[in-house]
Design a protein around this ligand. Structure first.
Ligand SMILES: *Cc1c(COP(=O)(O)O)cnc(C)c1O
Length: 442
């Protein structure tokens, strides 16, 4: 025991090692010293060899903070990778907003301004059919706010075919009930008629909720009324129709015909549309609330709104995302809005890239070949829709080393191969991908 203790390098000696210079500058002495002490403890307990103390401490420190991951899964909105990658303009806006910023100040007058007014104005401009707009922490928060404000202690009418589990065990019905609202379920799993809704509406109804089945599909003998039909029933009853669109498309996307968009739903008569900011909108995590000005104002002024409000970083990133989205839609240029760019990437070009990358790897002595692949939207959008794509197929044994590289590369293991799908990798990333595979083989 004493022998081992004597072999463990002393803290000062470890910290003096040039390998620790960068971590000391970046993370500070206390943090680095704690990592060294923890490694020394592991050595004392015989978990690691005394000589491994510096390496163990460095490894622990290198895990500090989130790691960059190249998304080569072919899943555009990968939930476990944080959904939408932000436009470069949004990243720049984040850097500006990180310091002191005019989030709640009108610089022209020097007086207090409405919080996030430029972001809200950009959102309103992007969806002219919305009389009012408001932002909250995420789509779930938007639903909680609507349920609390419009149906606290009362009923929300919802179809049994739209009782959705959104992921990680969270279910929308549970979320709604947690606000004190009651659910009045109507229809069946596969079919709900407009009469089912009409019959369920009564003096205790707070609002009618339509939920887009964003992560599953029911096929066969199915039917459910559209927004226009439901809006008719709600108007007659004098009740709001709240519609959860999920994916955050603001306008129709021809490549995803089954995905609802806010503009269309509002035109069809939805009083409020809610959606996520970090799905197909391609922005930061947030919840959009769009629609009738009086209803939006009630939500905005509700006490709970303060607990659900977004921070200055989100406001800045969203505003820049909306500008990038408008620019990429207007010019169909690529490079400004990663989600749109990935969605619209030309399969012919993707195949050419896959062939070029596979050839480079083969030349470097690494078995690789280009294959056709199918990408998906993911992240609770467009279930069942596939996008023609191309991938580089590698030995499945490379999946692990690629995942642990820097940057980490996440592919898709399929039929005993590791596929690197290029639809989710922006074109300038091919060199980096090549280097990552070479490193993973080393
Ligand atoms: C994704 C999704 C949600 C949850 O949205 P968050 O922004 O993750 O809170 C709710 N409803 C639908 C229909 C969705 O697709």
């Amino acid at each position: 025991m004493t022998d081992i203790r004597r072999l463990i390098p002393r803290t000062d000696a470890v910290l003096a090692d040039p390998d620790f210079t960068a971590p000391l500058t970046k993370l500070g002495r206390a943090r680095v010293k704690a990592a060294v002490n923890e490694a020394q403890r592991l050595a004392r307990e015989g978990v690691i060899a005394p000589g491994d103390v510096p390496a163990t401490a460095l490894a622990a420190l290198s895990w500090a903070g989130p790691r960059r991951v190249v998304n080569a899964t072919g899943v555009l909105l990968h939930t476990n990778l944080g959904r939408a990658p932000l436009p470069a303009a949004a990243v720049e806006a984040l850097a500006v907003a990180a310091g002191a910023t005019d989030v709640e100040l009108d610089l022209a007058t020097g007086r207090r301004g409405r919080r996030g007014r430029t972001a809200l104005a950009a959102l309103a401009a992007a969806v002219p059919a919305a009389g009012g707009v408001h932002l909250v922490n995420n789509n779930a928060a938007a639903l909680v706010l609507a349920a609390t404000a419009f149906a606290g202690g009362r009923e929300i009418v919802i179809s049994r075919g739209e009782m959705v589990e959104i992921g990680d065990g969270f279910r929308l019905p549970d979320l709604l009930v947690s606000t004190g609202a009651r659910l009045r379920e109507v229809g069946t799993t596969n079919r709900t008629s407009v009469d089912d809704y009409a019959a369920a509406i009564g003096p205790d109804t707070g609002f009618v909720l339509k939920v887009h089945p964003s992560n599953y599909r029911i096929e066969g003998f199915t039917g459910t009324p559209g927004i226009a039909e439901l809006a008719g029933v709600c108007r007659e009853a004098g009740l709001p129709l709240v519609a959860d669109a999920g994916s955050g498309l603001l306008r129709p996307e021809p490549l995803l015909p089954g995905e609802p968009d806010a503009a269309t739903w509002l035109k069809e008569g939805a009083d409020l549309v809610t959606a996520s900011g970090d799905k197909l909108l391609g922005g930061p995590q947030c919840g959009l609330i769009l629609g009738r000005a009086d209803l939006v104002e009630r939500l905005r002024r509700h006490p709970l709104a303060r607990a659900l409000r977004v921070d200055k970083l989100t406001l800045a990133a969203l505003e820049a995302t909306l500008a990038a989205l408008a620019a990429s839609t207007a010019t169909s240029a690529t490079g400004g809005h990663p989600v749109t760019d990935a969605l619209h990437a030309d399969p012919v070009r993707l195949r050419r890239r896959a062939r070029a990358l596979a050839a480079r790897l083969t030349d470097a002595g690494i078995p690789a070949h280009a294959v056709d692949s199918e990408a998906t939207a993911g992240g609770g959008s467009a279930p069942g829709v596939t996008l023609a794509s191309a991938a580089v197929a590698l030995d499945a044994a490379l999946a692990g080393p690629l995942r642990e590289g820097d940057p980490a590369v996440l592919g898709r293991v399929e039929h005993g191969r590791c596929l690197l799908d290029l639809r989710t990798v922006a074109e300038p990333g091919d060199d980096e991908l090549f280097a990552a595979v070479v490193a993973a083989c080393g």
